[in-house]
Design a protein around this ligand. Structure first.
Ligand SMILES: [Zn+2]
Ligand SMILES: [Zn+2]
Length: 576
């Protein structure tokens, strides 16, 4: 195991906060805070010093007592003193401390004088004017605190974007994997299913016998933890600074597969599996599959599915949308993977609202191993982004031709993301659209038409033989904007009749076409283009978010046009 300097520093800083809230001796508080600062800045790993038997009191600001604590921390991965303080002081007080203008000393005052322990209690106290009457507070700081409170998001029903959770999820996993006694760490829940948004993160851990306490201590000590909600021997819960709730469960190796299955869900999928178990006279729960009290499966997920007479079902499919039947009849799709992708058909450059130049985008795509990309700038109607008119587009087409001459190893297609106007007309004349390699058409304005009008508008746009790919078909922005009222089933059927490809836009807050309609499109036989709509070279990596949604939509390599080599791909675009 490794204990990093910054972890020790974080633990000392936390001790300082807790001591200050408790109203402890200011010198002691300062000593911990100073030690935290020194450790944070130190480049030499303290862990190694301990192992080498070095004298830690040589470090500036570290006395005998703190040196002992560091040594114990490095050797056991725990800090008993911190655990003791945490058990004495309500965790909600630490949360209060993060409110601007509060800090540990003032939290100590409101706690001592008014008995306030939670955000709700603080809010109530402000509303009744109790805070401003406290010594050292006054109306001005009451106002400030009140304002800060209104910024605290209402955590209920708030789901974070999968892509926003991904970074902390993987660093949390990696951190846990390094802790003493930990043998295996897995992420479950809707995160594992690749759902577009995640309510909370579920982590399952297998650990060596006798290490349960240590693992829990490590869990609540993770650097991003803002608040400990509960702490037990097999289950604990914390809230990260990002407001994400994380639950950790320690599970037995022999039940690992069952626990993974149970905590991955979805609920609907689990209910379908349980029904199947009952039909077979089995009992199934998070510990295993049992036949007349005897355990017949549970160590692995595939063993569990096998016991139920099913093929292994990928987590992305576990939504009870037909996957159980398909697994029984051995007709599950062979899901697309990121390595199947050969090109990206929707992106912007500095010519409109992108952040990287044409040359940079092309080079980055080539470095990803792509064979081709399409540059699809905005059209004139999207004036905010500097959308192109016919002459601007013609000029840029010449620039792309020149770049194609220069660059090796990738083909740049000349495209446009032409705006679909309110009446369904395209924002640029056919005379220029016909000279492009690829035309994506998207709605950007007037997204609140009634369903019939919106559907007619888009079908009318698809009537134009130059429109080849329908971009972000619902216009949804997750957590920010509802999808348009549009009859997607009719749209997909109209696309089929007209040989139009439908885009699955991979931006993490779009993921548009939604997965259930990806599935429908594949059933109807409309190919999908998984495109990043990148506005920077970095954004090209969002392809993986699109692929996750595609997998949730049962898509295979065959269903997606940009898995094809260039000539085959262009051959699938409608002729005009
Ligand atoms: Zn767009
Ligand atoms: Zn775009």
């Amino acid at each position: 195991m490794t204990v990093h300097n910054r972890e020790i520093a974080a633990a000392f800083a936390r001790i300082a906060d807790l001591l200050e809230i408790r109203g402890d001796n200011p010198f002691r508080v300062r000593a911990y805070r100073e030690a935290a600062r020194v450790l944070e800045d130190m480049t030499e790993p303290v862990e190694r010093m301990v192992k080498d038997g070095a004298d830690l009191t040589r470090i500036k600001g570290i006395g005998k007592d703190l040196a002992e604590k560091i040594k114990a921390f490095v050797e056991t991965g725990r800090l008993e003193y911190l655990e003791k303080l945490e058990s004495e002081i309500p965790a909600s007080l630490l949360e209060l401390m993060k409110i601007p203008d509060l800090g540990p000393r003032r939290v100590a005052v409101i706690h001592k004088e008014l008995g306030i322990e939670t955000v709700e209690e603080l809010r109530a106290a402000i509303e009744t004017g109790k805070i401003s009457s406290l010594k050292g507070f006054g109306e001005k700081s009451e106002q400030k605190i009140f304002h800060a409170l209104s910024e605290i998001p209402n955590k209920k029903n708030h789901r974070m974007l999968l892509a926003d959770v991904a970074a902390s999820a993987s660093s949390f996993q990696k951190y846990l994997e390094e802790q003493p006694g930990v043998e295996r760490v897995s992420l479950a829940g809707s995160y594992r299913r690749g759902k577009e948004t995640v309510g909370d993160l579920d982590i399952l851990v297998i650990c060596r016998e006798g290490f349960e306490e240590t693992v829990m201590a490590s869990f609540v000590r993770f650097g991003e933890v803002a608040r400990v909600l509960s702490r037990g021997t097999t289950k604990s819960a914390v809230v990260l600074r990002s407001t994400l709730q994380v639950d950790l469960r320690i599970v037995e190796r022999s039940s690992y597969g069952s626990a993974m299955h149970y905590f991955t869900g979805s609920r609907a999928h689990n209910i379908a599996i349980r029904k199947l178990a009952v039909q077979n006279k089995y009992k199934i729960n998070e510990y295993g599959v049992f036949e007349e009290g005897k355990k017949i499966a549970g160590e692995t997920e595939s063993g569990l599915y096998e016991a139920m007479g099913l093929r292994y079902i990928a987590p992305e499919l576990r939504e009870n949308l037909g996957e159980v039947e398909a697994a029984r009849e051995n007709r599950l799709p062979r899901l697309i993977g990121i390595s199947d992708i050969r090109g990206d058909l929707h992106m912007h450059t500095t010519r409109t609202d992108g952040r990287n130049t044409l040359a940079e985008m092309a080079a980055a795509a080539r470095d990803l191993g792509y064979e081709y990309i399409a540059i699809t700038e905005h059209s004139r109607k999207v004036a905010m982004a500097g959308g192109l008119d016919e002459s601007g587009l013609r000029q840029y087409m010449a620039v792309i031709d020149a770049e194609n001459e220069k660059i090796d190893g990738i083909t740049i297609l000349k495209g446009i993301e032409v705006d679909i106007l309110p009446g369904g007309e395209l924002d640029l004349p056919d005379s220029v659209l016909r000279d492009l390699d690829i035309v994506v058409g998207s709605v950007h304005y007037q997204q609140r038409f009634p369903v019939r009008q919106q559907t007619e508008r888009v079908i009318r746009a698809m009537d134009n033989p130059h429109l080849q790919i329908l971009g972000h078909p619902t216009g949804r922005l997750l957590n920010r904007r509802e999808p348009m009222d549009i009859d997607l089933e009719r749209i997909i059927e109209a696309a089929k009749e007209r040989d139009v490809i439908i885009e699955l836009n991979a931006q993490p807050d779009r993921l548009d076409l939604p997965h259930n309609y990806c599935k429908l499109a594949a059933e109807i036989g409309v190919p999908i283009a998984v495109s990043t709509d990148a506005h920077s070279t970095e954004n090209l990596l969002r392809m993986k978010n699109g692929i996750t949604e595609a997998r949730r939509g049962w898509l295979t390599r065959q269903d997606v046009i940009n898995t094809r080599p260039l000539a085959e791909m262009t051959g699938m675009l409608r002729r005009r």
